[in-house]
Design a protein around this ligand. Structure first.
Ligand SMILES: [Zn+2]
Length: 378
């Protein structure tokens, strides 16, 4: 993301090669991971910045050289700010997920940011990490504190998401599988367990990880991977060995919680159904094919699927520590929107009345609802 923080880029190239080689060698763990997971790897979000940083080389007197894109913009301060809306909604009620983009968002962001937003909207991503350097810590959302600025100062305050425990676990999986991140003391900073809530370290606005959580189904953390933003080539082998297991374990984390299909009575997919877990004020939605994924820690949960035109369905689900639990929903059309029943031909009366004429006054309303429901997944 930051062109001068180059270790992530090298590690992702190594990771790609490692996955291919181990897959070919028949490494069962990697075969399973690759066959059961859609993995997307973007080694560089800011190639222009990287060129500038690489031309300068490893010397540290240009600590920020190459951080920004060619227009001089920091891409991790360039995503639409949805935190302001979620903090308002948390207090006053309102959507707790998939907050909409501003109408003119394309004109407000850089080309790299626009491309990434289009990319992350075009797949039903579940889990991601955003790689950086300059510290060694796994940072989880929110990055922006509730009161971002107080009297000109950036406010530092633990600002948890409704999925805080899960995010802490995701961050710990990385830090403990990493060679030394979990030890806490790195680069002159101390982070217990090698993890931190973003805003409790320092508050930043318009970052990518908060955007992912608030606009999509994706849960993203930010990994700071090296004290030296531009490590020497000789150090890369040690860095790769320090991060390899952590990268693989992080990918494996996508396979936890619950997942399944949302279907209607005729086994048609229901896209954009909302999956809510009671006690966690952050919903996810089913994808275009009716498939959904909800990362959860082990425990027993009350899970509800809702979609316009259908009755909600609620299930009690127990999630174990291993594989994700398969939980399918089959939604029934809402009775309120069923076709009005034709009146039974009654006791010897002469008129054959057309249903149209005998419809009660409320019929108009009913029809409207039916139309709405028909506009849904069908
Ligand atoms: Zn960075």
């Amino acid at each position: 993301m930051h062109g001068n923080e180059v270790l992530g880029r090298e590690l992702l190239l190594q990771l790609s090669e490692f996955l291919c080689e181990e897959f070919r060698n028949g490494n069962q763990r990697i075969v399973r991971l690759v066959e059961g997971t859609r993995i997307h790897i973007m080694p560089s979000m800011n190639p222009d910045g990287y060129e500038v940083a690489a031309a300068q080389g490893q010397d540290t007197f240009g600590y920020l050289v190459g951080r920004n894109n060619a227009n001089g913009v920091d891409l991790n301060r360039n995503f639409p700010d949805l935190n302001t809306y979620i903090y308002y909604n948390e207090k006053n009620g309102g959507p707790n997920h998939h907050l909409p983009l501003p109408d003119n968002w394309k004109s407000q962001v850089e080309p790299e940011t626009q491309a990434v937003i289009q990319w992350i909207r075009s797949f039903n991503f579940v889990l991601s990490a955003n790689l950086h350097g300059g510290a060694v810590v796994a940072n989880y959302p929110y990055d922006k504190s509730f009161e971002h600025r107080v009297r000109g100062f950036r406010r530092t305050a633990n600002t948890p998401t409704p999925d805080d425990k899960l995010f802490q676990k995701l961050a710990k999986v990385y830090s403990y599988a990493h060679g030394w991140m979990h030890q806490g003391w790195n680069c002159g900073d101390y982070f217990p367990d090698g993890i931190t809530n973003g805003a409790s370290w320092y508050s930043l606005s318009k970052g990518m990880q908060d955007f992912n959580y608030l606009h999509t189904n994706c849960f993203e953390i930010t990994l700071e991977l090296s004290c030296d933003k531009f490590p020497r080539q000789e150090e890369l082998q040690r860095e790769w060995l320090g991060n390899r297991e952590a990268l693989i374990q992080f990918l494996e984390q996508v396979h936890q919680g619950i997942k399944g299909m949302v279907l209607d009575e005729n086994y048609n997919n229901v896209a954009n159904a909302v999956i809510s877990v009671s006690g966690i004020n952050h919903d996810v939605t089913s994808g275009d094919h009716g498939d959904y994924f909800r990362l959860l820690l082990p425990g027993t949960y009350t899970v509800t699927a809702t979609a316009p035109g259908f009755d909600p369905e609620t299930l009690i689900v127990t999630v174990g520590p291993g594989e994700p639990k398969l939980v399918n929903f089959q939604l029934k059309r809402s009775i309120l929107q069923a076709t009005p029943k034709r009146k039974a031909p009654n006791s010897g009366h002469r008129n054959k009345v057309l249903p149209k004429k005998v419809q009660p006054q409320a019929a108009g309303k009913k029809e409207l609802k039916m139309k709405q429901s028909q506009r849904g997944p069908a």
